[in-house]
Ligand binder design. Structure first.
Ligand code: HEC
Length: 98
């Protein structure tokens, strides 16, 4: 038991990107406007889906991280994400099938 707790704490502190965490953040903070997963039916009009973003040549992982740390798009709010959240989101978006 103590070992399990120890491992959990270690996992929390890790900076490694986590796809599952990225999905949770996306559902909570992005799905209001974006279609963030294949099963989701409705986002806002004229907002790219995460699958489209994943396919876009403009967004390799570095550019996606840069965009998310400071969205310069008028219609896209700056959500003040932490670097860990951004890493998780990028991992999640990049895990989607094109
Ligand atoms: C309030 C609505 C809203 C929320 C919430 C939102 N977005 Fe967006 N996002 C937009 C809109 C609108 C655009 C399209 C901007 C444009 O083309 O003018 C966009 C565009 C983008 C783009 C692509 C920009 C481009 O130039 O193609 C990415 C990447 C993105 N959003 C990621 C995210 C992520 C990740 C989240 C959650 C952390 C998120 N967005 C939350 C509205 C939103």
């Amino acid at each position: 038991m103590q070992v399990a707790v120890f491992l959990l704490l270690q996992g929390d502190q890790s900076v490694a990107a986590d796809i599952a965490r990225g999905r949770a953040i996306a559902t909570r903070w992005c799905s209001e406007c974006h279609v963030t997963a294949p099963g989701q039916r409705l986002g806002s009009d004229n907002v790219p889906t995460f699958s489209e973003i994943n396919k876009s040549k403009h967004f390799d992982e570095a550019r996606l991280s840069a965009f998310l740390s400071a969205p310069r798009h008028s219609r896209m709010p700056d959500l003040s994400l932490t670097r860990a959240e951004i890493a998780d989101l990028v991992a999640y978006i990049k895990s989607q099938r094109p």
